[in-house]
Design a protein around this ligand. Structure first.
Ligand code: DGJ
Length: 724
């Protein structure tokens, strides 16, 4: 059973989830020492003592006292990455955080332990919150720093949590997600030797250069086997996760809001709240870690209601029309979109008067959006719009009336975001301001009410450049990084509450914001604007380490949008089958398509509607990686194990090679499954070596696997397993 045990007499705390135990205790010097973050321990007395757990025979005992701390302040003989660094009113800049008290809160679906620490020299309190859930294999940690004194304290760094790893007989191997526009969520790996590895973002957003996620293993874990320690930070602005092997062999992870260019004054009685840092352990390799996260996201992160709904077939105007949208064109395209089976019609960039002025461009939509919306609805589709609210253009009414809302530094040139491809120059609004937050919330609220949209795509096409806030008092100017993000959450938290039926897409130019905090409000995400299917196979693999496959949007899966990136033409079927694993969207130039092409697209949207419940509500198993092979395979199994889908994508198959049988996971071993396939005939043509599929048991599918004959280039199959 998942539960927290607080042993008051020994000042020891033990948190048990389904597959791991996390324990800590107050040491002789009053510091909170981590005892165990590893496999589940049911007998509390099996745990080591605060001395036994140290990785090194410290000759200087005071160094030993401050290692493996749950939340180390910078001070004493601790030289690792601190969780807290503060400037005190008397000039002191160090703090030693010692145990004071604890509190427990038990609810039916979760338990929360709060441990209070206090600095030795000044009444600065730190509350460490640990939450476990009845239905999730995750611990959520976060912290609160409270000034209980009478004078201000300035925080220079206040992390969410510090995590201590057990000593193992290998170097840990770190896997993380990094990339850039068009190459989002790439898997990166390195060994952790005596050094500090800093994963971070300083762009003001959480992705895509790096994503706030880590996984550690002893170098032997695979997708399906081995122990993996993992964690992810729920923060959509500058963040930092350090992975450090200290001089004493201790491996520690410290994660939170990036302390870069941050300074946060705390007046008496004020508190600073950090974002959640979720952590877990998988005993079933990297796949297991992803499934734990996916279940947790379904149960506790996604906006209420979103998980019950399937994702619609989306037509999005961007890939085929760019900003060249108008009433006439949209009316024409909408008819075709209905024909190919779209359920939601989204007008992307170009409908608005200007960035900042969120009403229709009169030249393009002389009668407003009304005729377009009515037509879309009459054709049986929902209607959605794109916005990029954090920027404004020079020629916008908003900039003319509020030039002071610009994010800028005095004496520095305004930093324009220039998008030559669409002839647009814009600047960033300072969303850290409350008046900007209120204005943007009201504009969006008004837009939703007036248009009745069922979908809103939030874009963000630049990184922060001149994060200045000169109207604010000097001591508070650097709070801009944090207040900005909190205000963004505020807007979308309110919109979610006000319009629970509106589906929100977190676009941010393609994974510009890739973190679980965004997933609380946005049920769909633009995984990437890059729609080259070969690139997607890699990006989708990395993406699903953290995010649910069902959220994987993107400009348009079925489209020619990826072409310019690698100048690679790919068959529609290949694009569509990849799209069916996520939230399918179409971006073809429909009026330019032949009748046969339209029919073909219809086949894919029908197939998506038939199969989507499995990837959208089931468990994901990554079976074969495009990083290692000229093919890739992803399996989805319905929660009741009655159905499964295997998606297989081959490319550049050579030398008449047969791909190995794909061994499936997660099925009921004793059940027998019928197989229906989509794609080429499994006989495969001349010299085929796969017979037509016969029913096969779950055990057979796991132990022997299923053969799929892949031929040449861009060969894609979907196998549908149904329990007899
Ligand atoms: C970047 C997004 O990622 C695209 O999907 C599209 O919405 C454009 N911006 C519009 O400017």
């Amino acid at each position: 059973m998942n539960m927290i045990v607080a042993d008051e007499a020994n000042r020891r705390f033990v948190l048990n989830t389904k597959s791991f135990t996390y324990a800590f205790q107050v040491n002789d010097a009053g510091f909170l020492t981590n005892l165990h973050w590893g496999g589940r321990i049911d007998r509390v007395d099996d745990l080591p003592t605060t001395r036994e757990v140290l990785c090194h025979r410290h000759y200087l005992p005071r160094r030993g006292e401050v290692t493996r701390q749950e939340y180390p302040g910078w001070g004493g003989e601790f030289y690792g990455e601190p969780a807290l660094k503060a400037d005190f009113p008397d000039g002191a800049r160090v703090c030693l955080l010692q145990y004071e008290s604890f509190q427990m809160e038990r609810n039916t679906d979760c338990e929360e332990l709060t441990v209070a620490l206090r600095d030795k020299g000044y009444p600065l309190e730190v509350k460490l919150h640990y939450r476990i859930y009845a239905d999730s294999d995750i611990i959520d940690r976060r912290s609160e720093i409270i000034n209980r004194g009478e004078k201000p304290v300035v925080l220079q760094s206040a992390m969410s949590a510090c995590l201590q790893l057990p000593r193992i007989d290998h170097d840990y191997r770190l896997t993380h997600l990094a990339g850039r526009w068009g190459k989002e969520h790439t898997l990166e790996r390195q060994l952790v030797n005596q050094s500090k590895i800093t994963l971070e973002n300083r762009t003001g957003l959480s992705g895509p250069l790096a994503v706030p996620f880590f996984a550690l293993d002893d170098g032997s874990a695979t997708e399906h086997t081995g122990m993996v320690w993992f964690g992810t930070l729920h923060w959509s602005g500058n963040w930092k996760i350090t992975v450090e092997r200290e001089y004493n062999e201790q491996v520690a992870i410290c994660g939170g809001i990036n302390d870069f260019d941050l300074s946060w004054p705390l007046k008496p009685d004020e508190a600073f709240e950090t974002p959640v840092f979720s952590l877990g352990i998988s005993r079933e390799g990297f796949n297991g870690a992803s499934r734990i996260l996916h279940d947790y996201e379904r149960a506790h992160i996604l906006p209420p209601g979103a998980m019950q709904k399937t994702m619609p077939v989306i037509f999005n105007s961007w890939a085929s029309m760019g900003i060249d949208v108008s009433e006439e064109k949209i009316l024409h395209v909408a008819e075709k979109a209905a024909e190919i089976g779209a359920e939601l019609f989204v007008i992307d960039d170009g409908w608005q008067s200007a960035l900042g002025d969120w009403f229709p461009d009169k030249r393009k939509f002389p009668h407003g959006l009304k005729p377009v919306i009515e037509q879309v609805k009459a054709l049986g589709m929902d209607f959605g719009l794109w916005v990029e609210i954090e920027s404004f253009e020079l020629n916008s009414e908003l900039f003319r009336s509020h030039p002071d809302w610009l994010m800028s530094f005095p004496g520095r040139d305004i930093y324009y975001n220039i998008r030559e491809e669409i002839g647009r120059t814009s600047m960033m609004l300072n969303l850290a301001r409350e008046d900007v937050r209120e204005y943007l919330h009201q504009s969006l609220r008004q837009l939703v009410i007036e248009t009745g949209i069922k979908y809103l795509k939030l874009d963000m096409n630049c990184f922060f450049t001149n994060p200045g806030w000169n109207e604010e008092s000097p001591a508070l100017r650097q709070t801009i990084w944090v207040k900005y993000v909190r205000n963004l959450y505020y807007i979308f938290e309110r919109l979610n509450r006000e319009f629970p039926d509106v589906l929100l897409e977190n676009c941010a130019s393609g994974a510009g914001r890739s973190d679980l905090a965004m997933n609380r409000y946005f049920a769909r995400m633009n995984r990437s604007d890059n729609q080259d299917p070969l690139d997607i196979l890699k990006m989708h693999e990395g993406y699903t380490w953290l995010h649910l496959s069902r959220m994987a949007g993107g400009g348009c899966h079925i489209s020619d949008a990826g072409y310019h990136i690698n100048l690679r033409k790919t068959p529609m079927k290949y694009q569509a089958y990849i799209g069916i694993m996520g939230s399918l969207s179409v971006g073809k130039n429909l009026p330019g398509c032949t009748a046969e092409e339209l029919d073909e697209i219809r086949i894919y949207t029908d197939l998506y509607k038939k199969l989507r419940h499995i990837p959208q509500f089931g468990d994901l198993y990554r079976i074969a990686s495009h990083y290692d092979n000229p093919y890739a395979a992803f399996e989805f199994v319905s929660k009741d194990k009655s159905e499964a889908l295997l998606f297989v994508f081959g490319h550049s198959i050579q030398f008449a090679d047969k791909v190995p049988a794909f061994r499936l996971h997660g099925l009921n071993e004793d059940a027998v499954y019928e197989i229906e396939y989509y794609g080429n005939n499994p006989q495969g043509g001349y010299n085929a070596s796969v017979n037509a599929y016969q029913p096969i048991s779950g055990r057979g599918l796991h132990e022997i696997g299923i053969r799929v004959e892949l031929l040449g280039d861009y060969d894609a199959r979907i196998l549908h397993f149904k329990r007899n």
